[in-house]
Design a protein around this ligand. Structure first.
Ligand code: SF4
Length: 373
């Protein structure tokens, strides 16, 4: 007996991801552009600055997670294809309307920092703080780089979300409403932000979710103004103070600018610290002839180096062994072509849909962030 696949099954087979992954990168460009054109205004493609060139060049909007979350909140497009990582797509789904659908071309595009805070660990931390009698004084703030469940936790407990662009405003918002902050999950962004607000290092203690009672005594907690979660970005934590010394010795006069996910010691040595968008603006505003060493993800640094070379600005990475966001890199042209061509055929693949109960409180925390800036 001959097995004949019906038309739909044949199309689905042709659109299976395995078939795409065998194809070379350069064959994807035309297919992505054609699918994008056919989808028209029904679809927008968002690209994070750390995304690889072969993918980000198709983005309708590029930006850091704050800028992209605003675009996601304002677009009328039915489909939002997010070329970023999982927590960004979740945030887009939380901020979007019921009729919109968010697609992450590769579900393996996660974030190692976001994975360092599990909701069960955060709840256990909060219970421990309640036993010490200080949870009523604490406003929880989570960095955008966290799961929707943790954003919802913050919303439900009177807190909010922040990004590296608006962390200071979020901290000020919190200190108007409470005595202390629990900051999740990036200890470095929390410490750098608190320090620029004049909070001494010994009033910012680290909560270790794997340690007994977070590794802190009741006395430690009583003396803490900002409780920092023991998490970090594996890309930005690689930059060391020695890298700053080395580029200054090699290139006298060079400007060192770094992302606040870098260690406090690195940020202290740098000439300036800022979010991805702020780093870009610093380079844009500098006079011709300026040389920068930038401490952030390598795809963005390389792109800036190419873009500003014609203006006589020289840009290098702070650490020339290269710092790649491997999870962001998982979104390949093949994954993007696969997601878009399926969409052309009316199939939504890799949809990111946050549970309704989580969505409601996460939305509260995200809305507070959008209002705080
Ligand atoms: S650069 Fe760091 S924080 Fe950003 S997505 Fe990659 S691992 Fe996460």
């Amino acid at each position: 007996m001959t097995l004949v696949l019906d038309e739909q099954a044949q199309a689905a087979e042709a659109c299976s991801l395995e078939n795409y992954l065998q194809l070379p990168d350069h064959t994807m460009d035309e297919r992505i552009a054609a699918a994008r054109a056919r989808l028209g205004s029904s679809t927008i493609l968002l690209g994070h600055h750390y995304q690889r060139d072969e993918v980000i060049r198709f983005a309708d909007f590029t930006g850091d997670s704050y800028k992209l979350s605003k675009v996601a909140a304002e677009t009328d497009a039915k489909y939002i294809v997010f070329c970023g990582v999982h927590f960004m797509a979740e945030s887009a789904d939380v901020l979007g309307r019921e009729s919109q659908q968010v697609i992450l071309p590769d579900l393996n595009a996660g974030c190692s920092m976001a994975d360092m805070a599990e909701i069960s660990q955060v709840e256990a931390c909060w219970d421990a703080l309640a036993r010490t009698g200080i949870s009523d004084e604490i406003i929880p703030i989570t960095y955008m780089n966290s799961s929707a469940a943790i954003k919802a936790f913050c919303g439900e407990h009177g807190g909010l979300v922040c990004t590296s662009s608006n962390a200071r405003q979020a901290f000020e918002w919190a200190f108007q409403r409470g005595k202390r902050i629990l900051f999740l999950p990036d200890q470095h962004l929390g410490r750098n932000t608190g320090y620029t607000m004049g909070i001494p290092l010994d009033e910012m203690k680290v909560w270790d979710p794997w340690g007994l009672a977070g590794g802190l005594s009741a006395k430690d907690l009583a003396a803490t103004k900002i409780l920092l979660w023991k998490g970090h970005c594996s890309v930005h934590q690689r930059f060391l103070p020695g890298h700053v010394d080395a580029v200054r010795a090699k290139y006298p006069g060079i400007q060192v600018i770094v992302h606040p996910e870098c260690r406090w010691e690195v940020c202290q040595k740098a000439d300036a610290m800022g979010s991805t968008e702020q780093l870009i603006a610093t380079v844009e505003q500098a006079p011709a002839g300026t040389m920068f060493a930038i401490g952030t993800e390598i795809h963005l640094v390389n792109r800036l180096a190419r873009r500003f070379a014609t203006e006589g600005k020289k840009i290098i990475t702070l650490d020339d062994t290269g710092c790649l966001c491997t999870t962001m890199y998982r979104i390949s042209p093949q994954h993007l072509a696969w997601a878009l061509e399926n969409l052309v055929e009316g199939r939504v693949v890799n949809r990111i849909a946050v549970r309704k109960s989580v969505k409601e409180w996460a939305r509260v925390a995200l809305d507070r962030m959008l209002e705080a800036k």
